[in-house]
Design a protein around this ligand. Structure first.
Ligand code: BG6
Length: 487
């Protein structure tokens, strides 16, 4: 693990969407909270010729849009003084030489690639060739790292030729979310759950990442990837790993990542034989979302497409802890609500001592972890329903609820951008919340199996109306094992 504090960040693609919407606002908030050393500098690199003043004005606008409150002028002045802009083609040796003059004497620069992954290899080569990739430098990569195992290896090889693995920070922005990290705290900072966290007590797990937005203008990228590669390969498998991994010995990067890789290696492949029963592909057609009419995917795309915008999967983990506990995953665009949720469904009591109507009241405990839009953890417990009743007591399921929103609300509370945590960790060289090469490749290898099985079985996406919970097959998928989605 690198301990040298970074003293400079170069953001390639500095005028792009990610940089403007997420990276500069995150850096500003880090500065506001006192996390940036006085000498820390921020350089944006992009092809356009822009003056430093014009660029600074652009950044101010971007931060204004993102901030919920007016900017603090003193912080802005300090922040603006850190900014610099350089118009270069960073894939060329000449571009890297120009960059060198701006990077100057920085000892531990961060190179953040907020550009198309097709440029990763070339930018790394140019950085390496110019001597900018010194021993304390770091490289940050965004997804998608490849479209399959083969292409991800090619990217990782090209980056690895220049940067040692412990200098490579692969971002999965879900790992920067406060509630996702809270999963680690919930599991390993409480004695309550871990003894129950296995196939003796847990019946199944559901992970839902539902979005109301459509693909919109992003289709040139999305149409090539689809929901399986865009959401399941990274965010959803990361959530699954955090739920399923064994307790790491500590929070050191390799301790945590070793455990995640073990989970990925234990995922049962979905082959041609099971793919019809274990997966559903869907694509939205016109419908209504949040009371407003929404176009279908093909209308947005402007032509016929076989790309899925919805996936549901039954995933089995073949290890001692999880044998016989299915994980049901579903994600989609244009669903009825925005919701990221993990539901841990416990088994029912082994024997009911309650007769009469109370027998039917009895439902099994469920731990529901809401990550978005609201952060909430609720454990459903059975209680006696208040009041008198003839023929024995009645039971009622009630949530024991920990609303993080309420627990952490206050005058200074603000929902942090996931990138704040992640950038701060890169500055400190801590890669616990970043994805290691073998993790990415293991995830791709499993995802490739699903994609191949779809192709072999000729499974094309089933239509679902925008504003619905996906094709009917998604319900059948979970009902086949006599379970139901926790809606
Ligand atoms: C991105 C995907 O990685 O995550 C998008 O490419 C998706 O398609 C987004 O919309 C969801 O992120 P969040 O933080 O809004 O849940």
């Amino acid at each position: 693990m690198s301990q040298t504090l970074a003293d400079l960040i170069v953001i390639f693609g500095g005028t792009g969407d990610l940089a403007q919407r997420m990276l500069f606002p995150s850096l500003y908030f880090l500065d506001a909270d006192g996390f940036l050393a006085p000498e820390f500098r921020i350089v944006a690199a992009a092809r356009a010729e822009l003056s430093r003043e014009a660029f600074t004005a652009q950044v101010r606008e971007a931060i204004d849009r993102r901030a919920e409150v007016p900017l603090d002028e003193a912080v802005w002045t300090r922040f603006a003084a850190r900014l610099d802009y350089v118009g270069v083609d960073a894939t060329t040796a000449a571009g890297a030489e120009t960059l060198k003059t701006v990077v100057g004497a920085a000892k531990a620069p961060i190179f953040f690639l907020a550009v198309s992954p097709s440029l990763y290899g070339r930018i790394c080569r140019a950085l390496g060739g110019s001597g900018l990739a010194g021993p304390h430098s770091r490289i940050v990569l965004e997804k998608p790292i490849g479209r399959d195992l083969h292409s991800s290896r090619a990217i990782n090889d090209a980056v690895g030729d220049v940067f040692r693995e412990d200098r490579v920070f692969r971002i999965d922005h879900y790992l920067g979310k406060e509630t996702v990290q809270n999963l680690i705290a919930l599991r390993f900072a409480n004695t309550l759950f871990e003894p129950l966290w296995n196939n003796l007590t847990i019946d199944h797990v559901q992970i839902t990442v539902a979005e109301t937005e459509g693909v919109g203008e992003r289709w040139p990228y999305y149409d090539e990837y689809g929901a399986l590669r865009d959401m399941v390969q990274n965010h959803m498998l990361q959530l699954l790993c955090l739920v399923a991994m064994e307790p790491p010995a500590d929070m050191e990067p390799d301790s945590v990542r070793n455990e995640k890789v073990k989970v990925l290696r234990s995922l049962r492949p979905i082959t041609r034989g099971e793919v019809q029963a274990s997966s559903v592909r869907g694509q939205y057609t016109p419908g209504v979302v949040g009371g407003k009419p929404a176009a279908g995917y093909e209308a947005e795309r402007g032509q016929v497409s076989a790309t899925e915008t919805f996936v549901a999967l039954r995933v089995d983990i073949d290890n001692w802890r999880w044998a016989g506990v299915p994980f049901f995953l579903r994600t989609g665009k244009r669903l009825p609500e925005r919701r990221t949720q993990i539901a841990i469904q416990f088994k029912g009591v082994p024997h009911s001592i309650f007769g009469g109507a109370a027998r039917a009241d009895l439902v099994a405990n469920r731990l529901v972890i809401d990550l978005q839009p609201d952060e909430d953890i609720a454990l459903t417990l059975m209680n006696k329903a208040p009041g008198l009743s003839q023929g024995g007591m009645r039971l009622q399921a009630l949530p024991l609820s920990l609303s993080l929103l309420k627990a952490y609300s206050g005058p200074n509370a603000r929902r942090r951008i996931a990138y704040e945590r992640l950038i701060l960790d890169v500055i400190h060289g801590n890669s616990t919340l970043f994805v290691r090469r073998d993790e990415v490749e293991q995830a791709w290898s499993w995802i490739d199996g699903v994609a191949d099985a779809w192709a072999e079985a000729g499974m094309i996406p089933k239509p679902y109306a925008a504003g619905s919970w996906g094709p009917s097959g998604a319900f059948a998928l979970i009902e086949r094992s006599e379970r139901a989605w926790s809606d």
